[in-house]
Write a new protein. Structure first.
Lengths: 91, 256
């Protein structure tokens, strides 16, 4: 597995930490969110942020090819388009 | 609010998350039919199909995060380059699917989907005794198949694993376990796009989605630890059985 710039952890280990932490935080927020709606939205927000943060980590990795970066950018663009469509549907 | 309004979606989520993480599915094939068929009996006020599909999208995201965390911690299962090379296809497919939901006849879509599921199960069972080796070159059919998987995920509230796993295994050439792990990893992006449409358009019922997501997170986290210990042949058989069940469920819902 590729080494990440300036880090003792491999890319996969760093992703595992991000996903693991995100999972724990989302679990906590969703469990509390059963009683508090605001915290529930926080849990939903954390869930959505985890794969996006993972993609940013991969983007920053030295061993990642240009093609992969383009694909990550396209996936982010797709998410932005989805939000826009959702907002248009609301009206 | 009745206690079953929280407990029933939570248990449904547990079941969906457990199966989803083990078989590389988003769990939507469990959540949507269960909530739709049994919701009326257990909930104080049953939800509409659109609300269930919207909540299921968040459930798919939960499976993706929980099982990816498990696979990443073990190491060597998720193929990042393949996942990110193919993720834009499923994301855009998901957007198209969410829009098609507004214009196409659901009976037509469900029928095509059920036929495809039967074919998927047939291909997996046929390949049970084949060696699980990597394919040197991905098939040209892989990309359109993944766009189609994305469309189905947006349309039916599923993760798309029923299509993605066989495509990654049979057409892209990843070994089955790597296909399952990579599929769950890819599902994250597709689910974010689909869930964003539902949230932004105001169709997400946060309490329902939150209870399903919580159950799924727990179920998926537990079962992703078991998935690597189950033999590939057993995984394929379980997956085929679930795919055939989903096909039967769709036929029953729209034709009988």
């Amino acid at each position: 597995m590729r080494e990440n710039r300036g880090s003792a952890f491999t890319l996969e280990q760093q992703l595992a930490r991000v996903f693991g932490l995100g999972l724990s935080a989302a679990l906590l927020f969703l469990a509390v969110g059963i009683f508090l709606r605001l915290v529930l939205w926080l849990g939903i927000g954390v869930l959505m942020l985890v794969p996006l943060s993972g993609a940013v980590l991969v983007w920053q990795d030295k061993g990642v090819t240009k093609d992969t970066r383009v694909n990550i950018a396209l996936a982010f663009f797709g998410v932005a388009v989805a939000v826009l469509i959702g907002l248009l549907l609301r009206r | 609010m009745n206690w079953l309004d929280i407990f029933f979606p939570l248990v449904t989520g547990l079941l969906a998350g457990g199966l989803g993480a083990m078989l590389g599915l988003g769990g939507g094939v469990v959540v949507v039919p269960t909530m739709e068929l049994l919701g009326g009996q257990f909930l104080s006020s049953p939800h509409t199909l659109q609300q269930i599909i919207a909540a299921s999208q968040l459930g798919v995201l939960s499976v993706a995060v929980a099982s990816s965390a498990g696979y990443l911690a073990k190491g060597g299962f998720v193929r990042f380059q393949t996942a990110y090379a193919l993720a834009p296809l499923t994301v855009f497919g998901g957007i198209i699917g969410s829009l098609l939901l507004l214009v196409l006849e659901p009976k037509l879509i469900a029928t095509i989907f059920a036929v495809l599921l039967c074919y998927t199960a047939f291909e997996l069972i046929r390949g049970l005794n084949k060696a699980d080796t990597e394919r040197p070159e991905p098939s040209k059919l892989a990309k359109p198949a993944l766009v189609f998987g994305g469309i189905m995920s947006g349309l039916l509230g599923i993760g798309g694993g029923t299509i993605q796993v066989p495509v990654l295994n049979l057409l892209v050439g990843l070994p089955f376990r790597a296909a399952v792990a990579t599929s769950t990893f890819m599902m994250g992006f597709t689910a974010i796009a689909n869930a964003s449409i539902q949230i932004a358009s105001g169709k997400l019922e946060p309490e329902l989605a939150g209870a399903i997501a919580l159950g799924i997170l727990i179920g998926a986290r537990i079962s992703s630890g078991w998935a690597t210990r189950v033999p590939v042949r057993t995984l394929k058989l379980m997956f085929s059985a679930l795919v055939l069940y989903s096909a039967f469920d769709l036929f029953k819902k729209y034709w009988l």
